[in-house]
Design a protein around this ligand. Sequence first.
Ligand SMILES: *Cc1c(COP(=O)(O)O)cnc(C)c1O
Length: 388
Amino acid sequence: MASDLAVPDTTIDNQQQLLKNLARPATRSLGAYNAGLSAEAVQQKYGAARIAKLASNENPLGASPQVVAALEADARFSAIYSDASSAALCDALALDSGVAASNIIIGNGSEDILHMLALAFLSPGDRVVTLIPSFGLHEIFPRMMGADVTMVGVNAYQQFDTQAWEAALSTPAKMVIFSNPSNPVGCMLNREGFARIIEAAPQDCVLVIDEAYFEYCETDADYPDSLRVLAEQSRPWIVLRTFSKAYGLAGLRVGYGLACHAELVSLLDRVRTPFNINRSAQVAAVAALQDKQHVRDSIAQVTSEREKVRAELSALGFHVAPSYANFLFFDCGQPASGLAEQLLTYGVIIKPWREPGYEQWIRVSIGNEQDNRQFIDSLKRILAEDAA
Ligand SMILES: *Cc1c(COP(=O)(O)O)cnc(C)c1O
């Protein structure tokens, strides 16, 4: 009977206090990652007929049919441990990127590699420079290690503020992390800005360039060829990419890092869990690399839908940041959390931003045509209700 398990409140209070005391100081003061709601949770709570999940920048086309076939074929080997070195995937990525397989690290999502980088390099008091508004883990993982995080803002046009970066990098730092295109803003650091920021970085720091949205702008003439630029300088660096966005494998969790040197991979290998990439993820990623047409189709559809949604939001009077990725970031002119809650009642899940100064901003992923329609129509209805 459950009542037999009842523990006096004083014991629970005591345990809670004890746990807080036992935790590392950096853990105690850590903020939680804002992972958002699942479609199932929203369906249950709000009972909407259709859910438009536009909060995690997933690919509305899903995975390539070739990936699905590869997963089905591998399912019967589920009892066998995955390859701890992800060798087949490293080889495929070496062919794809031109980076030697020995310089490639695979992660259980690229967030896993951000975690490894923090574990391998950061000690209490080390300084990390990153962007605000920011992908939460660029700040949370360094803080987990007790590092001091300097956050460089975007300028008034929601673009990278190269001068502010140069100023922030004029004092010592252990690690520099930013995403390009940036999440959540969507802005792109161009070739010139990229070269300037790299040049400004201290010689003895690790440069972490998170290119989670690389595929959405790799053909843009202004997008820096980071691998080429980085190869020409002496600071240690790693470029992170992922199968979660343009490849449509977010649920399988697989990302990768292209590093300057095999020594960096070896350091990260020491802090990761040995079988961090499950076999489905490895098999799927290899298959996904063989269907580039699916990636091109996804990007063509998403970028054309993005410009439609941008036009709708602008017509409603919202200020929308420039975007080179599969989402839009806009100032909704009121506390974003309230508007997000109203949108949930229409089955629309978006991401209200929570960082200081951005509480009126929303990041909305670009879904398929129906999802985007549902988002815009619901938004219009809410604005009309509020005006009435
Ligand atoms: C989505 C995203 C990631 C995480 O990708 P996973 O590979 O799914 O862990 C990393 N960085 C940025 C900037 C992202 O937007």
